[in-house]
Design a protein around this ligand. Structure first.
Ligand SMILES: Nc1ncnc2c1ncn2[C@@H]1O[C@H](COP(=O)(O)O)[C@@H](O)[C@H]1OP(=O)(O)O
Ligand SMILES: [Mg+2]
Ligand SMILES: [Mg+2]
Ligand SMILES: [Mg+2]
Length: 329
């Protein structure tokens, strides 16, 4: 599967979209729009979803796409300027695109999450993108609730083995049962490096990765969790599934998405977890929810049967689950 047409397509698609999003960032002209849930969406998010959706239809006619965004706001009066900008950036790779087509391509990503489908987060970590920090284009193929192929494009991740920012960026690819690898985002002919998680087995030495945004997790509880394991190093804040890439490459041992006190009933979205979780498990790590249950991708657009996320290098998973219980997470 890692050499399959689907895998090759996925990595080419995230690379093209991530490079385009980087250009949007360099030239960013319009402000972010606010969605119904108060989260931001930018020209970059719409551009990436439009291009990947169009490429998907060209390459695999008849497949379904479940994307984070829809074109509803772009089609309204208030979205006119944003739509012009999105069309401008889409034309950099699809020169004949019209504004109407751009909206239709984005809305191609509004399929039901059932059976076999692709899922896309065109910019994962939009707040990180707006701040100039980490973000990712996350794309995965799901069949009957199982993630089969995963690709991540991380424009600000110089080298997945470290959370450091900058450089040419990285792309990651994983296929179920066939491992995970990474390559420079700038050069599709560069060497692919196999990914494997850290082999650390002493919890006290674990490097913990967490969100930057307070509203996306529970910062205080993460501190108690670390204390329970004897961890003295401060947790590392990183936006987006770029932190899943770092865990997969051995640059950290634990990744937590705890329930935010502000949104105790938040259900994880499939596009926020599908690609990142396969990259980690194929690199040798473990991913469950906070109760130790496997992530269940067979309930539509959200992980309705799961609570939060715990990902680890593997050897530390049981200790991390115990510590979560001890702090009431
Ligand atoms: N209220 C929320 N709680 C948790 N995660 C959220 C919330 N709103 C959006 N997200 C999504 O969680 C991820 C950000 O988590 P982190 O802070 O760990 O990077 C993003 O995928 C973000 O979506 P988006 O794709 O729109 O950026
Ligand atoms: Mg969003
Ligand atoms: Mg996201
Ligand atoms: Mg997003």
């Amino acid at each position: 599967m890692i050499d399959s047409p689907e895998a090759k397509f996925a990595v080419a698609a995230v690379r093209e979209a991530a490079q385009l999003v980087r250009r949007v960032q360099a030239e960013m002209v319009t402000d972010a729009l606010e969605k119904g849930d108060k989260s931001p969406v930018t020209v970059g998010d719409f551009t990436a979803q439009a291009v990947i959706a169009r490429r998907l239809q060209d390459n695999f006619p008849g497949v379904k796409l479940v994307g984070e965004e829809s074109a509803a706001d772009l089609r309204e009066e208030a979205g006119t300027e944003t739509l012009e900008q999105v069309t401008h950036f889409v034309r950099m790779v699809l020169p004949h695109a019209t504004a109407e087509e751009v909206c239709d391509w984005i809305d191609f990503g509004t399929a039901d999450a059932e059976g076999e489908y692709w899922t896309l987060d065109p910019i994962d970590g939009t707040k990180g993108f707006l701040r100039g920090d980490q973000y990712a284009v996350a794309f995965a193929l799901i069949k009957d609730g199982q993630v089969q192929v995963a690709a991540l494009g991380c424009p600000e991740l110089a080298d997945a083995t470290s959370p450091a920012k900058g450089g040419d960026g990285s792309v990651l690819l994983a296929a179920k049962g066939q491992g995970a690898r990474c390559q420079s985002m700038a050069d599709p002919s560069a060497e692919w490096k196999p990914l494997s998680t850290s082999d650390l087995s002493d919890p006290a030495g674990a490097r913990v990765l967490r969100s930057v945004e307070k509203g996306h997790t529970n910062m205080g509880q993460i501190d108690y969790f670390a204390e329970a394991l004897g961890i003295t190093a401060d947790p590392v804040g990183m936006d987006s599934q770029a932190k899943y890439a770092v865990l997969a490459a051995g640059g950290g041992e634990m990744l937590l998405r705890l329930m935010s006190p502000k949104m105790p009933d938040y259900q994880e979205r499939i596009w926020d977890q599908a690609a990142g979780s396969l990259v980690i498990t194929e690199a040798g790590g473990r991913v469950t929810d906070l109760d130790g249950r496997p992530l269940d991708f067979s309930h539509g657009r959200t992980l309705a049967q799961n609570r939060g996320v715990l990902a680890t290098n593997g050897p530390l998973h049981d200790a991390a689950l115990e510590a979560l219980k001890s702090v009431g997470a």
